[in-house]
Design a protein around this ligand. Structure first.
Ligand SMILES: *Cc1c(COP(=O)(O)O)cnc(C)c1O
Length: 336
């Protein structure tokens, strides 16, 4: 049992079968029928003109930022944004794009007054503000559709483009009980991660206009992301989007179950009402030695993150029974 992340999910047997049987070709020549089918299907499914299969969510974000922004341009994002904080500064390093982070509100959103104040005037002193990048879900929190509509209005007012880091956008759609298109409709571009809760072994997608994706395709080659018989991966990716979305509902129920259980254990502070998707954060009291607990659990085949707040992620490879097992062990270790 591994509670560190939904990235640990193994491909389903249906995926392994589809991978073995996928018709393939050289995708850099545009010859891989399985990749082509996935890109065309995904574009349509999410309401975009075009799509690009990428090696990772990090690469999809990088290509998205670089396709929107030239050297010396700037994107607005959250301090907690994955494409600011957790991608090794790629947009700045490889794209010469300046990030302008804004403190996230507790619900994950960005305040429009603060965003407005951060937009630079057209003046040679400043980077050119071009893009607002949002993330949904962000640290497991869901941005509501009304906020996304406001964000669209904001970027239209200020002549910016709007990008979504949608690594876990399906978790957001499931939590909101809306179609993923209802979220996607507000954005000029969006990423989707196939290898998190959706359980494909590898891959993300970048979505946008024909022109935008053509630019991103060239950039993908530049950063070494042109793949050859990638249909083997795309075959699994298609099943991620068609067969694994249902699973996320269960993952969310399991996260609630875990949060409720943790809230009963001495030393863990968590508000189960704040758990919206598959990620649970708990604050630890000082008397909890989480490193030692993690070591004890590891001996029993259970892997958890350490740190305070501690993060648990639910996914298809941990069942509700597994959660009960984890909770009962934590209850014992925290009382000794
Ligand atoms: C995981 C993640 C990414 C990056 O995906 P990788 O495939 O790990 O590179 C980007 N954004 C968010 C919000 C993520 O959770």
């Amino acid at each position: 049992m591994d509670f560190r992340s939904d990235t640990v999910t193994k491909p389903t047997s249906a995926m392994r079968q589809a991978m073995a049987q996928a018709p393939v070709g050289d995708d850099v020549y545009g010859d891989d029928p399985t990749v082509n089918e996935l890109e065309q299907w995904t574009a349509k499914r999410h309401g975009f003109e075009s799509a690009l299969f990428t090696t990772s969510g990090t690469q999809a974000n990088l290509l998205g930022l670089m396709a929107h922004c030239e050297r010396g341009d700037e994107y607005l994002c959250g301090q907690q944004a994955h494409n600011y904080k957790y991608e090794a500064g790629g947009a700045a390093v490889l794209g010469s794009i300046q990030p302008q982070p804004i403190e996230n509100n507790p619900d994950g959103s960005l305040d429009f007054a603060k965003l407005k104040a951060a937009i630079k005037p057209d003046d040679c002193h400043f980077a050119r503000t071009k893009l607002l990048s949002l993330e949904n879900t962000i640290n497991g929190k869901v941005l509501p559709l009304s906020y996304l509509a406001d964000a669209r209005e904001f970027v239209d007012t200020h002549g910016l483009s709007l990008h979504l880091d949608g690594a876990r956008v399906y978790n957001a759609a499931v939590a909101l009980d809306v179609d993923v298109k209802d979220i996607a409709q507000y954005f000029d571009s969006m990423t989707v991660c196939l290898s998190k809760g959706l359980s494909a072994p590898i891959g993300s997608l970048l979505l946008g206009s024909h022109e935008f994706i053509a630019k991103a395709r060239r950039l993908r080659k530049m950063v070494g992301g042109g793949m050859r018989q990638a249909g083997i991966l795309a075959a699994a990716g298609k099943l991620a989007l068609t067969e694994q979305v249902e699973q996320l509902k269960l993952d969310h129920q399991n996260a609630k179950r875990l949060a409720l259980g943790l809230s009963q254990i001495d030393g863990f502070k968590v508000n189960p009402d704040l758990v919206q998707t598959n990620i649970v954060f708990a604050k630890l009291d000082e008397h909890i030695d989480i490193n030692q607990i993690a070591e004890q659990l590891a001996e029993e085949g259970i892997t958890i993150s350490t740190g305070n707040p501690i993060r648990f992620v639910t996914h298809k490879d941990v069942s509700s029974n597994d959660i009960d097992t984890l909770l009962s062990k934590l209850a014992v270790y925290c009382n000794t």
